[in-house]
Design a binder for this molecule. Structure first.
Ligand code: ADP
Ligand code: MG
Length: 696
């Protein structure tokens, strides 16, 4: 049988189930499957055999090192490489890798952010193998996906609480499904992250300290053309970009990452890539690897990949859509079934999601809060900062009818006596999409669209998973306390009451409109516009208790996470402010001195021979005014940022950055951008928006 190149290479750099089956003795393989499928602890003998097989496989693929690959609170991934070599007394080496090295590592991890969780004297942190995510090879290094915890067992990473939330959700969902007479072996989340990014010329990137240091442009006057012609979206892909995308596909396929869709996005130079969905935590691992590869491979084509949420003012920013659902042994629980009973089950889960989002809108908002994402949310392009749920034209009447206790009138073909509406027909063609909605039902899954492009999706999924687990729990109690009703009747009543009680979160209109902001306020919905507004709810007692109740985060862990995130915000704005000061003093002012100096010289020279140049005189006057303005603005920013740095309380510090430092950054940028508008191109020290976005 002839095989194509893709199927031959797909997953070739992953230690797949097929590899394990082939290389491990049968009983070992069976035991390992139990560890993976049932979350059992692994014993050292088994671990030794797995490590040996893994090492042999990795050596055959040319690997020389191994690493525990983990996700500290910075959100990106970390790795420290150790080689397999083990020198022998006869001067040769043995390539060795033990079960202990596979299962547990001890990176010297004192300098990862931990929100004060680890005093440095006990800075030890452990990485622990996550056998649910397969090992893979990257740059001749065998990478072992791990969770990162402190000496005392506290989570120091993004993965540990995510895995805990998956456990809580599985347990609670199984309780619900048991009431429907189902006993699935596994319930898992499914996740499909759609990743947006920009590609510009690497030379332009290297010429801009703001892009290098902050990932976004801190200056730049409006380009002559923006995205108004909408010609880039789904347009033909440029040859260099096309070649880049091909290599990305090849590399990701080798890593077993099922990337599928690629296209141009709305803004010039903006693109999107989406994989086929996978089990939640694995999809997140794969998304992190994807982001890493995008950055790395771009350089092969003289390009730079920008993953920041807002690399450029005046055009759209980048997000990451978090497509989320629940799967019970492959049955998508957000897919309406073929008979009314399954539809009831579907409605129950739909109600869970609506209530979960309403009850924990504050935490969901906090989970996507970052300095970068503040430029998107509410900025008339991405979803607004207000969280609402979109159900669509087909489902909304059904829900409304349920609330009113009537049957859905127009869809009365199939239903049980209780009045469960027939859903599959009406949903099958449910193609209307409200792009302005932050949390949209899209046929058989929800799509959370507030996530930032650089973000690790563990953060929102931890909240979402736990919030849905809580709803499952509530449902089981509800059914129990309504013992007088038949199960189906109780379930339907639960659905009705839940939709009734959470109606305020449902919104199908235009999320960008001013009117919605007012209406949302009237409905009592939160509108936390910035990160400093959004984060503090993390440490509300009710929220601490909620995550603790389902074993996802202890109070200490939650508090530490809040501090780490709050500090991250202040650190990022501080870096941006410093970069602005640096660029102004070392690049923009000198350029403007040169340009205005040359014109002034010309004015003087011409005056000597009796020529009066009105244009030059006016330009040099404007430039001098602008220079003075910039000079004052940069001093003000520098001083204010120093003060901000001295504030000790992280909440106070964040507020100060938002209220005082950021406005000064805006003022300084405006002053510089105004001068860019009139400064000669040859004098201007960095590539302009016109060049970066269009001369590609
Ligand atoms: P779009 O939203 O652009 O129309 P799709 O609906 O095809 O695109 O899917 C977008 C993403 O959602 C893809 O990554 C896809 O694999 C993922 N997706 C589809 N079904 C599910 C599901 N049941 N659970 C999680 N993600 C899903
Ligand atoms: Mg989408």
């Amino acid at each position: 049988m002839a095989t194509d190149k893709v199927s031959e290479e797909y997953g070739s750099l992953v230690f797949t189930d097929a590899d394990m089956q082939q290389r491990l003795p049968k009983p070992t393989y069976k035991e390992l499957r139990r560890v993976i499928d049932e979350g059992k602890d692994i014993d050292l003998d088994i671990a030794n055999e797995v490590a040996h097989a893994m090492k042999e496989w990795a050596l055959e693929k040319g690997a020389t090192h191994f690493t525990h690959w983990f996700q500290p609170l910075t959100g990106i991934t970390s790795e420290k490489h150790d080689s397999f070599i083990n020198p022998k007394s006869d001067g040769t080496v043995l390539m060795a890798f033990s079960g202990k090295e596979l299962v547990q590592g001890e990176p010297d991890a004192s300098s990862f952010p931990n929100g004060g969780l680890r005093a440095t004297f006990e800075a030890r942190g452990y990485t622990v193998w996550d056998p649910m995510s397969p090992a893979f090879i990257k740059d001749e290094v065998l990478c072992i996906p791990t969770a990162f915890i402190s000496y005392t067992g506290e989570a120091l990473d993004k993965k540990t609480p995510l895995l805990r939330s998956e456990v809580a959700l599985e347990e609670q969902t199984k309780r619900v499904l048991a009431l429907f007479g189902k006993e699935p072996r596994r319930v898992v989340t499914t996740c499909g992250p759609e990743q947006e990014y920009f590609l510009i010329q690497e030379d332009d990137y290297k010429a801009r300290p703001d892009l290098i240091l902050c990932g976004r442009t801190l200056f730049g006057c409006e380009p002559a053309k923006g995205q108004e012609l909408e010609e880039h979206y789904f347009g033909a892909i440029r040859p260099s970009v096309n070649a880049f995308m091909k290599e990305v596909d090849d590399e990701l396929w080798k890593l077993g990452i099922p990337v599928r869709t690629k296209h141009n996005e709305v803004a010039p130079c903006q693109h999107e890539l989406a994989p086929i969905f996978e089990q939640g935590p694995l999809a997140i691992d794969d998304n992190l690897l994807t982001m890493e590869k995008l950055k790395l491979l771009a350089t092969h084509y003289g390009l730079a990949c920008l993953e920041h949420e807002k690399p450029f003012e005046y055009v759209n920013g980048s997000g990451k859509h978090d497509n989320w659902s629940l799967s019970a042994d492959g049955e998508n629980l957000l897919e309406p079934g073929d008979d009314p009973e399954d539809n009831l089950q579907f409605l129950v889960f739909l109600a869970f999601l609506v209530a979960a989002v309403d009850d924990h809108a504050d935490l969901l908002r906090a989970s996507v809060a970052s300095a970068g994402n503040d430029h998107r949310l509410g900025a008339n392009e991405a979803p607004p900062a207000i969280i609402s749920v979109f159900l669509g034209d087909a489902l909304t009447p059904v829900v409304e009818a349920l609330i009113k206790k009537e049957h859905a009138e127009s869809h009365d073909r199939e239903r049980v006596d209780l009045g469960v509406p027939a859903l599959p027909d009406i949903l099958r063609d449910n193609t209307d999409r409200n792009r302005t909605s932050p949390f949209a039902f899209t046929g058989n899954k929800f799509e959370f669209r507030m996530c930032g492009s650089q973000q690790n999706l563990s953060d929102p999924n931890i909240i979402l998973n736990t919030a849905v687990a809580e709803q499952c729990d509530r449902f089981c109690s509800y059914v129990e306390t309504h013992g007088d009703l038949e199960f189906m009747a109780a379930a339907l009543q639960f659905v009705r009451h839940t939709f009734r009680d959470h109606q305020r979160i449902l919104f199908d209109g235009n999320g960008y409109s001013q009117a919605w902001e007012q209406e949302a306020e009237g409905r009592g919905l939160l509108n936390n516009k910035t990160t400093p507004d959004a984060l503090p709810c993390m440490v509300d007692p009710k929220n601490i208790a909620f995550l603790e109740r389902y074993g996802v985060l202890t109070e200490t862990e939650t508090r530490a996470r809040y501090v780490a995130q709050a500090e991250q915000y202040a650190k990022l704005i501080n870096i941006e402010a410093n970069t602005m000061v640096y660029m102004v003093r070392h690049m923009y002012l000198p350029a403007l001195f040169d340009y205005s100096g040359d014109i002034a010289t010309s004015v003087a020279t011409k005056a000597e021979i009796g020529i009066e140049s009105r244009a030059e005189r006016e330009v040099v006057t404007t430039l001098t005014g602008g220079i003075n303005e910039i000079y004052s603005a940069v001093a003000a920013l520098d001083e204010d940022n120093r003060h901000a740095q001295s504030i000790e309380d992280c909440r106070e510090q964040d507020d100060y950055y938002r209220d005082s430092v950021i406005p000064k950054m805006v003022t300084l940028r405006a002053a510089v951008d105004a001068m860019e508008m009139i400064c000669g191109t040859d004098y201007w020290p960095v590539p302009s928006y016109n060049k970066m976005l269009f001369y590609v």
